[in-house]
Design a binder for this molecule. Structure first.
Ligand code: ARG
Length: 483
């Protein structure tokens, strides 16, 4: 660490300090190696602030123009990789400001008028997160679209639905996939909701109490696109709260955790389904790996990792929420610890969604827009599994109810028939009519229609049920919603 760098930093506050920081403390307190990722938002915020300062006559038009020019150049330098990030300058904000002053002199030193790093960093994180949320919403919609496409091709494919991982009732594979579409649709709603509270402007709160300069906060909010659906500027309206709370980051991480929990449940099913005992689906080879010792293996590494990374994101939620607890008003340096978990959450969710879009839906041909190479479905294996485990037992009970038998009695009757069939090692549908009639005289030849997988699925024709008619209706609704 050169003395020059230390000097550069002590200039950022004042001559009050008589002793340089030790190198370890400097590394401990610096954030530039991770928060430099906020550079675009930082420059965007500074441009809006400077433009407003000039418009309000707080700095001269010339200073405003110089700041603008300097910040543009810095953006180019960062983009080109020629910007020199200095640990001694602690964070992204001080690095950019120091370079600005180097480039444009006193005008650069005027940029920080009426501003503190406290409202600056809160603004940067909000701007950055807002744009990342938009990217995640787009990906979530793409994943829903991919699931709907696969569902549409498999409306009449039947697999066993499970409760307690025991065969319960037959369901359409499309219906099963659409369950995940519902989950991801709610995740999308949650992200939109978080976005509203994220997209509010802290700038103008200064260090904690507001500032003595006649700032026009609404102008800055408009410049930064921090407006509601009606174009009204959205400001944080208490300066102490504005610089200190990170609840928007916490609720984002909570929404992200739920996305991952849904991904994790889907992963768990994919892992089960592609195991030899199920054999329901195959993932394209590019999502699996072999074993170094067992030549026959194809391991579902991607879904397993996604399930694992869910723990990581939920961990970030715990980290952030614990970070906030016990902090007195207003800003405390603890909050610098908000960034790495937040960044990692965004990266993890983004990569996971991108991989799942491809793994489920396949790669999209840029020319035709068609996807290929996604999930392969083994319809025979699914249906064979649905024929095991007496998946249509409820249908026999419902059949008896239609013949006037009270449901509880019908339930008892069917239980006895299942026990009998299990003893013979056959399905209910394999029992001769005379056998079935021994359990209840109301049973007639039309019972076999109720006992088929197709009959069972078709009969569940209530809104939100698994009958093809209902599934088609939901697919149409999702298609209209997803555009
Ligand atoms: N790097 C700091 C952070 O991320 C910026 C704000 C610093 N403010 C302060 N008063 N030390 O939180």
């Amino acid at each position: 660490m050169s003395h020059n760098q230390l000097d550069a930093k002590s200039q950022a506050w004042s001559a009050l300090f008589s002793e340089p920081m030790s190198e370890l403390v400097q590394r401990y307190t610096a954030s530039v190696f991770f928060d430099r990722r906020l550079w675009k938002a930082d420059i965007q915020g500074s441009l809006a602030h400077a433009e407003m300062l000039a418009a309000q006559g707080i700095i001269s038009a010339q200073d405003g123009a110089d700041i603008h020019r300097g910040l543009q150049q810095i953006a180019q330098e960062i983009e080109a990789g020629t910007f020199e990030w200095k640990l001694a300058l602690e964070d992204v904000h001080l690095n950019i400001e120091a370079r600005l002053t180097q480039l444009v002199g006193d005008a650069g030193k005027r940029l920080h008028t009426g501003r503190s790093r406290n409202d600056q960093v809160a603004t940067d994180v909000r701007l950055w997160l807002r744009d990342e949320i938009d990217g995640l919403i787009a990906l979530l919609r793409e994943l829903q679209g991919a699931l709907v496409e696969v569902a549409e091709r498999h409306i009449d494919v039947i697999l066993p639905g499970f409760t307690h991982l025991q065969v319960a009732q037959p369901v359409s594979f499309a219906h099963h996939l659409l369950a995940y579409v519902e989950m991801f649709a709610r995740d999308e709603e949650r992200l939109r909701d978080v976005r509203r509270r994220t997209n509010r402007l802290p700038l103008g709160s200064a260090a904690l109490a507001g500032t003595t300069y006649p700032l026009d906060r609404e102008r800055v909010a408009r410049t930064l696109g921090m407006v509601d659906d009606d174009g009204q500027p959205q400001l944080c309206l208490n300066s102490l709260d504005a610089v200190s709370d990170r609840d928007f980051a916490i609720e984002f991480t909570a929404a992200a955790s739920l996305i991952m929990v849904h991904i994790s449940r889907l992963s768990e099913e994919l892992i089960l389904w592609m195991s030899q005992n199920f054999g329901f689906v195959r993932l394209a080879d590019r999502f699996t790996t072999g074993s170094s010792i067992m030549p026959q293996k194809k391991n579902p590494d991607v879904p397993e990792l996604a399930r694992g990374k869910t723990g990581r994101v939920v961990g970030h939620l715990m980290g952030l929420i614990t970070l906030m607890k016990g902090q007195p008003l207003a800003y405390n340096k603890d909050n610098q610890e908000d960034k790495e978990p937040l960044f990692d959450t965004v990266d993890t969710v983004r990569d996971t969604l991108r991989i799942f879009i491809d793994m489920i839906g396949g790669e999209r041909d840029p020319a035709t827009g068609e996807r290929s190479g996604g999930l392969t479905v083994n319809r025979e294996a699914m249906e064979a599994a649905a024929r095991k485990g007496f998946a249509t037992a409820t249908d026999l009970a419902d059949y008896l109810v239609r013949k006037g038998v009270p449901f509880r009695d019908a339930h008892e009757t069917v239980a006895a028939a299942v026990r009998h069939a299990a003893g013979l090692g056959v399905d209910l549908a394999d029992l001769p009519l005379a056998d079935l009639q021994r359990f209840h005289p109301a049973i007639e030849a039309d019972v076999f229609q109720a006992l088929t997988l197709q009959g069972s699925v078709q009969a569940r024709n209530t809104v939100g049920g698994t009958a093809p008619e209902q599934v088609r209706r939901q697919i149409a609704r999702h298609r209209a919603r997803l555009g």
